[in-house]
Design a protein around this ligand. Structure first.
Ligand code: SF4
Length: 390
């Protein structure tokens, strides 16, 4: 679940440039893999599909709509946010009687999956980086004091990792690229809540380079690894280290303030997400019982989109515990001005009242809904465990 924000704010993935409506055959900034997507839709025999794109890619919807309607497929465009793979519009696809959901921008899956009873086609929308030379030279300058480098990227740029790795090796660096254990994640791919591709190799490297728009993903890498982290932004051709590290410093100060306030709070609302990948009812229920055991009042509140207005409606609450997208409690804090929000991984400091032990990494200590991840891994062909009862 991500906060409803202005289009240029961080999201997962962030800061993707909009491409205007394009006629068929025109060269786009993104590879929409229309042949593959159309082939999968046809293989499913789908007559009606729901099309879901992240906010920054919605301008490309016409290309997909034209392609599919040209084959006699009815396309309904999902106008809501699509913050991550956690945010598949499965429920809306069911409500609309869609034969398939097409989801762009977060995962590269080579075959249709069956998730929550819905056939899902997923494509990454790879960015075509036409002229990387100047940005790579800036990167070489920024890395002058480091020898061993780890590379990671958002899915739009995962193809560019080999290009960057080759360049850095030619300049004498040793390069590592890790991989997340999450299903269908590409080598080096990170998302806002999972930077295992970077942290799994961090012990071997001097610094990290994260290839992505803006600093959203690089901030996650910097928090999780504690190592120098450079954001390489192919859209703007810029290389940023100070902005990443400055963001993390300010975040730490804000977090300590919020946690101090939450330690004094008497009444808590524990937010559980309705989104399939973010739904951590197990964590939320545990948080409620831990808070009550600690003598606090606690209630469980379900939300789909977490907005400031919805949170302000929860009158009588001193602090909120977020069990949804952990980046809500990191990147969107200024939108929560006047509200005290802590992530589920930070609750232990409030209950134990040991703020001096605070570690910013605990704000990211969260995993996607394990049931959703299992379904992603199996493609929906979940088998009943031996001995399980109906
Ligand atoms: S839960 Fe993870 S994948 Fe989903 S929007 Fe948040 S950071 Fe992105």
């Amino acid at each position: 679940m991500r906060l409803s924000v202005a289009p240029d704010r961080n999201r997962c993935p962030p800061n993707i440039r909009v491409c205007a409506k394009s006629s068929r055959g025109a060269r786009l900034e993104y590879d929409l893999e229309l042949d593959r997507v159309r082939g999968q839709v046809e293989s499913l025999g789908a007559r009606r599909v729901l099309l879901q794109l992240p906010d920054g890619l919605k301008g490309l919807r016409w290309c997909v709509v034209d392609e599919l309607e040209g084959c006699g497929v009815e396309v309904i465009v999902d106008g809501g946010h699509a913050w991550g793979v956690c945010d598949l519009a499965l429920e809306r696809a069911r409500l609309l009687g869609a034969d398939a959901l097409i989801h762009y921008g977060h995962l590269d899956v080579k075959r249709p999956l069956k998730l929550g009873g819905v056939s899902v086609v997923m494509a990454p929308a790879r960015y075509r980086w036409e002229s990387p030379e100047a940005a790579l030279e800036r990167l070489a300058d920024a890395l002058a004091q480091f020898r061993v480098i780890a590379l990671s990227s958002s899915v739009q740029h995962s193809d560019d990792l080999l290009l960057v790795a080759r360049f850095l090796r030619e300049r004498g660096h040793t390069v590592y690229i890790g991989r997340s254990p999450l299903p269908h994640f590409r080598v080096g791919q990170v998302v806002g809540c999972d930077v295992a591709a970077a942290s799994s190799v961090s012990a071997h490297v001097d610094a990290h380079v994260c290839v992505s728009g803006g600093i959203f993903h690089a901030v996650g890498v910097a928090i999780a690894t504690g190592k120098p982290t450079i954001a390489l932004d192919p859209y703007r051709g810029v290389v940023e280290r100070e902005r990443v590290e400055g963001f993390v410093r300010r975040l730490l100060a804000r977090k300590l303030r919020d946690l101090s306030e939450a330690a004094e709070a008497r009444a808590f609302a524990v937010i559980v997400s309705a989104k399939p990948g973010q739904r951590r009812l197990d964590l939320a229920l545990r948080a409620v019982s831990e808070l009550r055991r600690a003598g606090r009042r606690a209630e469980l509140v379900v939300l789909d989109e977490v907005t400031r207005d919805e949170l302000l409606n929860l009158s009588g609450v001193d602090a909120l515990v977020n069990t949804a997208c952990p980046r809500l409690g990191l990147d969107d804090l200024e939108l929560f001005e006047g509200l005290t929000v802590v992530n589920i991984g930070e609750l232990k400091y409030i209950i134990s009242d040991r703020l001096e032990e605070y570690d910013l990494r605990s704000a990211l200590a969260w995993r996607m809904n394990p049931g959703f991840v299992s379904e992603l891994a199996s493609g929906g062909a979940l088998r009943r465990p031996a001995g399980a009862r109906r």
